[in-house]
Write a new protein. Structure first.
Length: 535
């Protein structure tokens, strides 16, 4: 077994105490037997007592090490909680700043985000020595984790990969390459997880009871230096990831060799991973294999970026890039905001009237100055009741979360309003530019805009004419968060889609241009694409 031999998270009760009690009881019984034994038997019993005494000493040493390691885990958990609270404060500060700008005045006091906590310090203590290592390579920024691979982190990844799968070379070059890349990706996924695992690369690798070669050594730095071949594989993998390549483990955080695992580990999580494996490397027939997957209840990592010479796109919890550009600026934070809202609503699983989701819809409305929420009902003249549509409020909220001023985007309760602002050039420095969908291929961060009801057949020319004549038409817009040219689709996220926040998959051609919309077996045009004018 290579990873998490016993449990997939560190036990909360000292696992050595019961065994210590059992051995102590045995020693007491042996000494009572020794008192009435003849000289020959007494000597044999004394030797057995001496042997069990050595066992006790070893168990007590392990018990003390466990206690110190458990303390280290608790400290890291407390720090993760503090980071989460600081991130919440930062988002609230950004919202307040945006609100002050919206109502016409800049804040009189600088609204800076709270100071970050001090660098992570991971301390490993034994009775003989005490060593402390610091790492600041993982940082929670906005709604995604920023993981910087330092030279020391790179060395640690190479060494732990060598120790885990270096011998896979005997099964073929592909098995070695895949096995090494899978170990590196597992460490990255754990670093981005921020719940069950430590939040630095080296901290994850050194976390107790995880990697078998490190368990007796205490730290990765005591592992042998990795071979040139393994080092090259790690280097190539990281360079491809920061270049935008998706991960292949789908967010998996666990792996094991079931032929070496304990019955407890297999029963609690190992069998599940084997049966639902996302990858397998080595040679199962020869019982030298790793199955990769996620233990039940673990959940996905947080959205994250990798920094290794350059900065990667934002990856979602499954390691899929959210956008084909580097993760800097408003575009990446907007995409992260949208993915977080999609996850909050379970991609349509939770609706506007549920608790606490109705309050989140209330936040969307409040961003444009409306005191409504997801349970608000409007009574019609005939006594029937409907809920007001909040899709435009969702668009406005998502943009205002990035601290955008009203000079760039005013926000509105209807999509045609902000669309008309762009057509009439009502903004000093517009955030979006109106593009004809017949000639422009949508990109992540853009809005796709189309008519509904009586305006379902509107194209760009018709919408412009109708706004000049009537200043209104029913419409909807969704954010583009992903372009899959090979698959012929884009992924969009929108509000009030089936009374929730939900993703859709409009089709595109080989040129990236939108294909006509399909609804009830009929095709309809798009009105426009609002191109996001930032990186």
């Amino acid at each position: 077994m290579k990873l998490n031999e016993g449990l997939y998270e560190m036990p909360t009760q000292n696992p050595f105490l019961d065994e210590i009690d059992r051995v102590v009881t045995a020693i007491i019984e042996l000494k009572m037997e020794q008192a009435s034994a003849d000289s020959g038997q007494a000597a044999a019993i004394a030797a057995e007592v001496a042997a069990k005494t050595q066992v006790i000493n070893a168990l007590q040493s392990q018990s003390e090490d466990w206690r110190l390691q458990r303390l280290d885990v608790v400290v890291n958990d407390l720090r993760a909680l503090a980071e989460t609270e600081l991130a919440k404060q930062a988002r609230l500060s950004a919202r307040l700043r945006a609100l002050l700008v919206r109502v016409g005045g800049a804040p009189t006091v600088a609204l800076e985000p709270p100071s970050p906590p001090p660098p992570v310090t991971t301390t490993t203590t034994t009775k003989a020595t005490s060593t402390t290592t610091s790492s600041t390579n993982a940082e929670f920024v906005g709604l995604h984790v920023r993981i910087e691979i330092t030279p020391q982190d790179f060395d640690a990844l190479c060494r732990v990969s060598q120790s885990e799968v270096g011998h896979f070379a005997k099964h073929g070059t592909g098995q070695l390459k895949g096995g090494v890349e899978a170990v590196v990706e597992t460490v990255i996924n754990r670093t981005a997880h921020k719940k069950l695992f430590r939040n630095t690369v080296q901290g994850v690798i050194d976390q107790p009871f995880q990697f078998s070669a490190i368990n007796p050594l205490g730290t990765w730095s005591k592992l042998p230096t990795a071979s040139a071949n393994v080092t090259a594989i790690v280097q190539d993998y990281l360079e491809r990831r920061v270049g935008g390549a998706a991960g292949f483990l789908r967010g998996a955080t666990h792996f094991l060799n079931p032929h070496l695992s304990s019955a407890t580990a297999l029963a609690e999580w190992g069998n599940f991973v084997v049966q639902n494996a996302v990858a397998e490397f080595g040679n199962n027939a020869k019982k030298d294999v790793h199955f990769h997957g996620t233990a039940p209840g673990t959940g996905l990592p947080e959205p994250h970026v990798l920094i290794f010479g350059k900065t990667s796109p934002v990856f979602d919890g499954r390691g899929k890039p959210l956008a084909g550009m580097i993760s800097t600026g408003l575009r990446s934070t907007l995409l992260a905001t949208l993915e977080a809202e999609l996850a909050f609503f379970g991609n349509g699983k939770h609706t506007e009237t549920e608790d606490p989701h109705f309050l989140r819809v209330g936040g969307y409305w409040q961003s444009i100055g409306k005191s409504l929420d997801g349970r608000t009902l409007v009574t019609m003249s005939d006594g029937s009741k409907i809920r007001p549509a909040w899709s435009a409020a969702f668009v406005s909220w998502a943009i205002m979360q990035q601290g955008v001023s009203s000079a760039r985007f005013k926000g509105a309760q209807a999509h045609w309003v902000y669309f008309n602002d762009l057509l009439d050039e009502n903004l000093a420095d517009p955030l979006f530019e109106v593009m004809n969908p017949a000639a422009y291929a949508p990109q992540p961060g853009d809005l796709v805009h189309y008519g509904r009801g009586t305006a379902a057949k509107f194209d760009l020319a018709a919408a412009k004419t109708f706004l000049e004549a009537d200043s209104f038409y029913p419409s909807h817009s969704d954010f583009v968060v992903e372009v899959d040219l090979a698959g012929g689709t884009i992924k969009t996220i929108g509000g009030n889609v089936d009374n929730s926040v939900k993703a859709k998959r409009p089709k595109i051609g080989s040129d990236g241009l939108l294909k006509p919309r399909l609804s009830n077996g009929k095709t309809f045009p798009w009105i426009a694409i609002l191109r996001l004018k930032v990186v």
